[in-house]
Design a protein around this ligand. Structure first.
Ligand code: FAD
Length: 380
């Protein structure tokens, strides 16, 4: 558990080298220009990072959740927003691979693992965020089609993506009335809202996805009618680990920048890293990250082993790693003084990017809800 294999060390180095060469030098500029780096994402796909835990017969890398956590942490050292988008694409691609039949897998997944096509995950609605099972986007059966009407909110990649994995209501109220449809860009009646103006994650678009009488073949449904909520939640188990890993990578980069800065910067006649009060803060930052990392690996191993407590452990890991990541990045900004607040130093971007990890893929309050429900159920 605590020692990586030679293969894992090699995978991690590959992702780190890619982040250092292809992402980090451009991250601040991409953020400023709100540039979605599709070419860079495709270059990552060519190295197997667009279908990390997807089966290899459809172009996936067939790796583990732990391998994915190692990759996303390293990619996020270059830019958390870019790494996090790749995580969402991986999650949506895996859902088609895992729950699709052979035809569906062969139709969509190979072009997603190569990233010729890009995928978005569509669960949240204007009136249903944390309470996702209250979603209202309707899919009404009409012969061999569903007719879809409704709106999804805050969809990462919307407008740029080719494939939308969409949770819709095909039955009655609650989670059992939800199904999952794969909807292709260009289907008549599908449109997008304006790109949201955001605090961070500026390297990827976030838009509403609007459905007005969109006709979707019944053969585009993943699994059976009523399976959609279960499919959506199982995607999120892995998504939460990946987002946690992205927080660790961003925070580690902020800590590394801080160590370098404190070596150079002087105050009161000595280097900043000579003040013991500041040394202790560095020690706490490194400790927080190491604890979060070790626990995230444990949750990833539980998901790989499909243990009964895997969902609970993934929620714990997401909550802890995203809180620790944000706090460490924010401390890094403070230790840079006024320069930390300037865009050129790259730290304020990391703080802005990591803030949303505490909100999406289930807020950290909802993570506590998942954990406490499991605890109370065990007690009963
Ligand atoms: C940049 C960005 C990208 C996103 N990308 C996607 C995407 O690609 N696909 C997608 O489907 N969604 C996406 N989301 C949506 C995200 O998952 C939701 O914003 C999130 O789940 C919270 O939902 P909400 O915003 O409606 O907040 P609400 O559910 O309205 O919550 C408001 C507050 O109340 C708290 N709260 C709610 N219920 C409870 C409760 N029972 N107990 C305690 N506290 C509670 C919440 O934790 C939060 O603090 C994205 C969001 C952002 C900001």
């Amino acid at each position: 558990m605590f020692t990586l294999t030679e293969d894992q060390i090699a995978i991690r180095e590959m992702a780190r080298d890619f982040a250092n060469a292809e992402i980090a030098p451009f991250a601040v500029e991409w953020d400023e220009k709100k540039h979605f780096p599709v070419d860079t994402l495709r270059a990552a796909a060519a190295l197997g990072m667009a279908g990390i835990y997807v089966q290899d017969d459809v172009g996936g890398s067939g790796l583990s959740r732990l391998d994915a956590a190692l990759i996303f942490e390293q990619l996020a050292t270059g830019c958390p927003g870019t790494a996090a988008f790749l995580s969402i694409h991986n999650m949506a691609t895996w859902m088609i691979d895992r729950f699709g039949d052979e035809d569906q897998r062969n139709t969509w997944v190979p072009r997603l693992t190569s990233m010729e096509h890009i995928a978005s995950y569509c669960l949240t609605e204007p009136g249903a965020g944390s309470d996702a099972a209250a979603l209202k986007t309707k899919a009404v059966r009409d012969g061999e089609y569903y007719v879809v009407d409704g709106q999804k909110q805050f969809i990462s990649g919307a407008g740029a993506s080719d494939i939308y994995v969409v949770m819709v209501r095909t039955g009655g109220d609650g989670p059992k009335g939800i199904s999952t449809l794969v909807i292709e860009a260009g289907t008549p009646g599908l449109s997008f809202g304006a790109n949201e103006k955001k605090m961070g994650w500026n390297v990827q678009p976030t838009r509403a996805v609007i459905f007005e009488g969109v006709r979707v073949p019944v053969q585009n449904r993943l699994g059976a009618e009523g399976d959609g909520f279960k499919i959506a939640m199982s995607g999120l188990d892995g998504g939460r680990l990946n987002i946690g890993a992205c927080s660790l990578g961003g925070a580690q980069a902020a800590l590394d920048k801080t160590l370098a800065y404190m070596r150079e910067r002087k105050a009161f006649g000595q280097r900043l890293d000579a003040f013991q009060a500041l040394q202790f803060r560095l020690a706490d930052m490194a400790t927080e990250l190491e604890v979060a990392r070790t626990f995230l690996w444990r949750a990833a191993a539980a998901l790989d082993a499909k243990t009964p407590d895997a969902t609970q452990l993934c929620a714990m890991a997401k909550r802890f790693a995203t809180d620790a990541g944000f706090n460490v990045a924010n401390e890094a900004l403070q230790l840079h003084g006024g320069y930390g607040y300037l865009a050129d130093y790259g730290v304020e971007k990391i703080v802005r990017d990591l803030r949303v990890h505490q909100i999406l893929e289930g807020t950290n309050e909802i993570m506590r809800l998942i954990i406490s429900r499991a605890l109370i159920a065990q007690g009963n």
